[in-house]
Design a protein around this ligand. Structure first.
Ligand code: ADP
Ligand code: MG
Length: 351
């Protein structure tokens, strides 16, 4: 994890002044979209999505509550902070276009540290051609606070809400689940070891995939584009920030339907599976309750089955039932368990 210590110089933020700092942090900002009429530099940005609808989502991240700088490098934090916002626009089947970034930091942070944060944010913006069009800068008495607002666009008829799932629809998920949670478990374990014996090097060998799932998630814009290319409009969609169980329940509750998920269909990467076992955790429980995978969970009409069945990055994990049938998971051994957002740990899989 040598990139934790990339920028070792220390320039005090107080040397910069607020405007000097803003200029410095935003000097590499690029504008990619025609919809950005005016970006950073005036009292307000100007955005025009033409005939399309504008999508807006905002997110607040507080040090010690949402992230721990002991094991999250600032560059990764910046990258992830942008990606999780883009993910919310993807979950509406929209295209993210602009972000505003507001930060408050204590004097503990150097200019170089905040530069790393911005390097990560701009890397994420560059990946999906997002314009950073403004923000606000302040000091805080303690710690780092980041607030990001994302704007996106979509044709009115292509927007997908959480409330459109119908009985008989197929429940689909992109990528694989539980990896981000296992990455976090690894980092927490190494942090505990480090706090006890600071001269021991962290042992994260061979765990790259799950560490990346935790530290460097990607918004699934590619899935939004794939669905469009396949001419599939999901009936409902949500991004997986809190775990498959909780997000499935959101769709079911808002759509007034029930569901049946099949444990054997839930996509779990081999490294995630093995690491969960190492930690004496049930891999399925990690996928259901772990969270932070930022994959897309969506429902499609049965008529779309042929289009979606052989997509390698999409798994069909169940189907929507009548509301009166409840929300259930069928385990690998054929037992049926009610899906609950919490307290679900009581389930013991036979895998
Ligand atoms: P105001 O006094 O109107 O709040 P500022 O001096 O704070 O304006 O900001 C000047 C410009 O820089 C504005 O366009 C604002 O959106 C942008 N800006 C301020 N802070 C940040 C930041 N941390 N990241 C990106 N843009 C910023
Ligand atoms: Mg301001």
């Amino acid at each position: 994890m040598s990139d934790l210590f990339e920028n070792t110089d220390r320039t005090e933020l107080s040397q910069m002044g607020e405007f000097g700092l803003i200029d410095h942090l935003t000097k590499n900002v690029k504008i990619y979209n025609d919809s950005t009429i005016k970006g950073i530099g005036d009292d307000a940005a100007v955005v025009s999505h033409g005939k399309k609808k504008t999508l807006v989502s905002t997110d607040l991240l507080i040090e010690g509550v949402h992230f721990d700088l002991m094991y999250v490098p600032l560059k990764h934090l910046g990258y992830k902070a942008i990606m999780v916002n883009l993910s919310d626009i993807c979950a509406m089947n929209g295209t993210p276009t602009q972000v505003t970034v507001s930060i408050a930091m204590s004097s503990r942070f150097s200019l170089e540290a905040i530069e790393d944060l911005y390097t990560g944010m701009l890397l994420a913006c560059d990946k999906w051609k997002i314009d950073m069009i403004g923000g606000d800068t302040s000091t805080s008495q303690k710690g780092l606070i980041i607030s990001i607002t994302v704007l996106g666009e979509a044709n009115e008829e292509s927007i997908v809400y959480r409330n459109g799932a119908n009985k008989g629809d197929l429940i689909c998920v992109s990528g694989d689940l539980g990896g981000a949670y296992m990455g976090l478990q690894m980092l927490e374990r190494e942090k505990a070891v480090f706090l006890q014996t600071p001269n021991v090097q962290p042992d994260l060998e061979g765990k790259d995939y799950i560490l990346e799932r935790q530290l460097k998630p990607d918004a699934r814009m590619d899935i939004v584009e794939l669905l469009k290319a396949l001419s599939i409009k999901p009936t409902a969609m949500i991004d997986i920030s809190d775990g498959l169980a909780s997000e499935t329940l959101h769709i079911c509750k808002q759509s007034n339907v029930g569901c049946k998920l099949y444990e054997e269909k839930i996509p779990i990467d081999q490294l995630t599976y093995n690491t969960a076992r190492e930690f004496n955790l049930d891999p399925t429980v990690c996928a259901l309750n772990g969270g932070e995978d930022y994959e897309l969970l969506f429902t499609v009409s049965q008529a779309d089955y042929d289009k979606i069945k052989s997509q390698p990055d999409i798994s069909i994990i169940g189907h929507i039932t009548d509301e009166s049938e409840g929300t259930y998971l069928v385990s690998k051994s054929g037992n049926v368990h009610e899906i609950k957002a919490q307290g679900w740990n009581a389930f013991k899989s036979n895998s």
